[in-house]
Design a protein around this ligand. Structure first.
Ligand code: B12
Ligand code: SF4
Length: 457
């Protein structure tokens, strides 16, 4: 048995604070294999370096595990102002000053650019991908004085079913996130088989859907409800509505158990009709976040989305009919965007009824994606450019400034259309000050004026 200190380095509160689920899963695996853990959440501590130092000095760990969730906030207007790694490097230096324990870093952000991040942060070791299987073995080896590789892949074969770890929640953290965000998070499946050009998710989680057994997933929800009083969840699956229909089996089990919880998640806007939505609603679904991603058929094809605007409008109509608030996330300026597709896209958005639309300008280029290759081919960046600091892809066929002005002109006309992203953040902060908690964007949707929703104010 070894003493392992786990630190969640994430401190951003955009769009709201999110429970450090990656750290919780790693802690769960370590405890299950007999290690003694202490979890520390930098955000919950009030971003206090003194508290980190005190906790490490008091716990005297043999190994330190760092969980790295975000690099930056993927907003081209923010760029370096929302880059989180400098603060994390300071934390690594601090840990080195108060402990001799080796530091292992992992997490979704780490997995995107492991070599560069490991070098920048100055940690001893790094683990990419799913960490709960390998970490226990690595720690045993380290504590036994054996050599381990500087960088390891979490799993040679993706974990399935019962091998996917369960989170070990900490009461103090749950209370903090419930008070700040009104919900905590859970995962019902991993992976995504789609190949959208900009997306890192299949690289982080693998390109196959790997669901938890429905009974086990609902057991975890029931345990969080029983042990911590959680009644509202975000299911963090890359895509909740898998084509195989595991999500429906999960919803049926959730409905059968009648726990009275509410939940939301990320959906792909294709192939969900009113019947599916009715089942999901009975199981507690209160709102959908839709990965619409582009606003015209040409730019959807440019992102390799494999669905069309007609699919998006059909899913949206089903949401409106079932009175389920939906938010569409749409990025302008991606591959094959032209002045014409921007205008066409804005006209298409006007057809999306009774929903929130979050628009983004440019796409963050991340390692291992097809967009990275395309950005080099289109001359947006060079093959040797580092992606550690944010770089954004803008189609060479558009003028980004002119595009932003056009989006702004259209988006200014509706309070539920949000651009630039910082406007959304401001709206959420006002609502938070008024005591609202949860997703918050769903409060911007109204179903009472349905006939007017295609029109401008
Ligand atoms: C769901 C999700 C959201 C939801 C979260 C809802 C909620 N209540 O939790 C929402 C929409 C709110 C959101 C917001 C944001 N997100 Co987000 N999100 C995700 C997503 C899809 C899943 C994250 C998750 O919880 N996974 C489940 C847990 C269990 O997995 P995990 O944390 O990766 O941990 C595993 C491994 O990484 C590893 N591991 C983790 N820690 C450690 C530590 C050690 C030592 C080891 C060995 C291993 C290890 O083992 C764990 C178990 O296998 C990921 C993409 C993805 N598929 O990973 C993006 C992702 C994490 N998000 C990202 C970003 C940028 C953001 C935002 C900054 C965007 C914004 N401007 O709003 C915010 C920040 C939110 C915040 N406050 O931190 C990026 C981060 C990378 C980057 N580009 O910087 C990702 C990777 C997506 C992307 N664009 O590439 N997000
Ligand atoms: S954007 Fe969504 S559907 Fe496409 S690869 Fe990423 S997670 Fe899968």
């Amino acid at each position: 048995m070894s003493k392992v200190f786990l630190l969640s380095t994430n401190y951003t509160t955009e769009p709201y604070p999110v429970y450090p689920l990656g750290m919780a899963v790693i802690a769960g695996a370590l405890e299950a294999s007999g290690h003694q853990t202490r979890q520390f959440d930098f955000l919950v501590s009030g971003k206090s370096c003194a508290a980190v130092a005190e906790a490490v000095s008091e716990f005297q760990p043999e190994v330190i595990c760092l969980s790295l969730r975000n690099i930056d906030n993927v907003d081209s207007f923010a760029r370096e102002s929302a880059w989180y790694l400098a603060q994390v490097r300071e934390l690594v230096e601090l840990l080195g000053s108060c402990s001799v324990a080796p530091i292992i870093v992992g997490g979704s952000a780490f997995t995107i650019m492991p070599e560069e991040i490991l070098a920048y942060l100055g940690c001893h070791y790094g683990v990419t991908g799913e960490g709960e299987g390998l970490i226990c073995q690595l720690i045993d080896q380290l504590v036994a004085g054996e050599q381990i590789p500087r960088l390891s892949n979490g799993e040679s074969a993706p974990l399935t079913g019962t091998r996917i770890g369960s989170p070990l929640y900490v009461k103090e953290f749950v209370d903090f996130y419930l008070a700040e965000s009104g919900q905590i998070n859970l995962q019902t499946k991993r992976g995504c088989p789609h190949r959208c050009v900009y997306c890192t998710y299949p690289g982080i989680e693998g390109n196959r859907f790997r669901p938890l057994e429905a009974i086990r997933a609902v057991d975890e929800i029931a345990a969080a409800q029983r042990d911590f009083g959680v009644n509202s969840f975000f299911f963090v699956d890359s895509v909740f509505n898998d084509e195989q229909g595991h999500y429906l089996a999960f919803a049926e089990e959730l409905e059968r158990r009648n726990l009275g919880i509410s939940w939301t998640g990320f959906f792909r806007p294709q192939g969900i009709g009113r019947e599916e939505l009715r089942l999901l609603k009975r199981s507690g679904l209160t709102a959908l976040e839709l990965g619409t991603d582009a606003a015209s058929d040409a730019t959807l094809a440019g992102l390799k989305k494999d669905f069309t605007i007609a699919d998006v409008l059909a899913v949206n109509a089903a949401c409106v009919a079932e009175e389920l608030p939906a938010a569409h996330y749409i990025m302008f300026g991606g591959p094959d965007e032209t002045e014409q597709t921007v205008r066409e896209g804005l006209r298409n958005i006007e057809q999306i009824e009774a929903s929130v639309v979050f628009a983004f300008s440019g796409l963050r280029i991340l390692s291992g994606t097809e967009l990275h290759t395309r950005a080099i081919a289109d001359g947006v960046i060079s093959a040797t450019s580092s992606l550690l600091m944010p770089s954004y892809y803008f189609s060479p066929a558009i003028d980004p400034q002119q595009m932003n002005e056009e989006i702004l002109q259209t988006f200014n006309q509706r309070r539920e259309w949000i651009f630039p992203p910082s406007e959304g953040q401001k709206k959420l902060e006002v609502m938070r000050r008024f005591g609202f908690r949860g997703l918050l964007w769903d409060k911007l949707v109204s179903f009472t004026n349905k006939p007017q929703q295609g029109r401008r104010h």
